[in-house]
Design a protein around this ligand. Structure first.
Ligand code: PLP
Ligand code: COI
Length: 339
């Protein structure tokens, strides 16, 4: 069967595909799992996900290669991060092999929706773990649902690999010792208002500063940040306990070091010291790499490489990452899981 989708015109929008995976947990075990066709989930009015935000999610992608095979990028890393988020919110673990099995089953069942090679689109999977069941006090749920749904997507930031602008904000996305490092809904609910304000002013999103001192870059609302240092070409990315440990960022860090031969550093990135960088980017599963044209902070506009052109190192990193994802460039061991 073939589906009628204009792959190259896709944005990052929801699409209701035929199949999703669901697994159900109660009394200490995952007691039922399989593919389902309904895109709604019926849960109790007291479900802790509804009131207290006890839930976590992931985002990962599958790609079609030139040969027509389908491959998934680093699903083991998403499984590990989901379980780290689950531990922070006192939710049960989804065993790594069950997570990868669920992801593969969803890809296989919806295979005709995986965008063809060379269209620029990809297949985005959204694993989600939620606390459900009857409840009213602030307690961990006694029942959980794990679901994996998916859809074909295009670029997250308009235009994809074109420079895009960010602004700082008075708001924080996470507290210094809160849940910033976990992929949990509250971090995103809190980013909606600053995100709207930023977009109203023409920016793609907010680049958040560290919540304790507001002097250092943390990350964008939906992606990590990196800069390429002038003269040394060092790949520098913020280190903070309140940012999401981006799988894309750690992949780029490795590729910068081992494929591009660059020095790398996870450290402080002061918002008043952006002159040290010749290029900058926002990176993530959805964002891939979005070159940062400029950041506005306190009415000061800092342009990195150019407002319209992509810097050469950002481009090399992009080609290496996307080449691996599409099967055109040899992947480091364990990064690719064939479906
Ligand atoms: N930071 C935030 C807040 C995100 O939502 C995401 C998306 O997952 C990222 C960073 C990038 O992480 P990854 O590269 O694992 O997708
Ligand atoms: C992702 O890149 O997977 C994300 O979750 C970012 C965003 C859609 C929230």
């Amino acid at each position: 069967m073939t589906v009628d989708i204009k792959w190259a015109e896709l944005g990052f929008e929801y699409m209701n595909l035929p199949y999703r995976w669901r697994a159900y947990w109660k009394d200490g075990e995952w007691y039922k799992s399989g593919l389902e066709t309904e895109n709604t989930i019926q849960i109790e009015e007291g479900a802790p996900i509804l009131h207290y935000g006890q839930g976590a999610f992931e985002g990962l992608k599958a790609f079609k290669t030139k040969e027509g095979d389908i491959q998934i990028f680093r699903p083991d890393q998403n499984a590990k991060r989901l379980n780290a988020s689950a531990a922070r919110l006192v939710m049960p673990e989804v065993p790594e092999e069950d997570f990868i099995h669920a992801v593969k089953e969803v890809v296989k069942a919806n295979a005709e929706y995986v965008p063809p090679y060379g269209t620029g689109a990809s297949f985005y999977l959204r694993p989600t773990l939620i606390g459900v069941g009857d409840n009213i006090g602030v307690h961990a749920a006694k029942e959980y649902i794990f679901t994996v749904f998916a859809m074909p997507v295009g670029p997250y930031f308009k235009g994809g690999m074109v420079p895009t602008a960010f602004t700082t904000s008075e708001f924080d996305r996470a507290a210094p010792h809160g849940t910033g490092a976990a992929k949990v809904g509250g971090n995103y609910a809190g980013s909606l208002q600053p995100g709207i304000e930023a977009r109203e002013k023409g920016y793609s999103d907010v680049v958040y500063l560290d919540p304790a001192t507001h002097t250092k870059i943390e990350e964008v609302g939906s992606a990590n940040f990196f800069g390429i240092e002038k003269d040394t070409n060092k790949f520098v990315t913020p280190k903070s306990p309140s940012i999401l440990p981006s799988i894309t960022k750690y992949s780029l860090l490795w590729l910068a070091q081992h494929r591009l031969g660059l020095e790398v550093e996870e450290g402080d990135v002061y918002i008043d010291d952006l002159d040290r960088f010749s290029e900058a980017g926002a990176c993530g599963t959805a964002a891939v790499i979005s070159p940062v044209s400029f950041i506005t902070h306190n009415d000061h506009k800092h342009v990195f490489y150019s407002e319209t052109e992509v810097g050469p190192i950002t481009k090399k990193l992009y080609d290496e990452l996307v080449g691996i994802q599409n099967g055109d460039v040899e992947a480091p061991e364990g990064w690719i899981v064939k479906v």
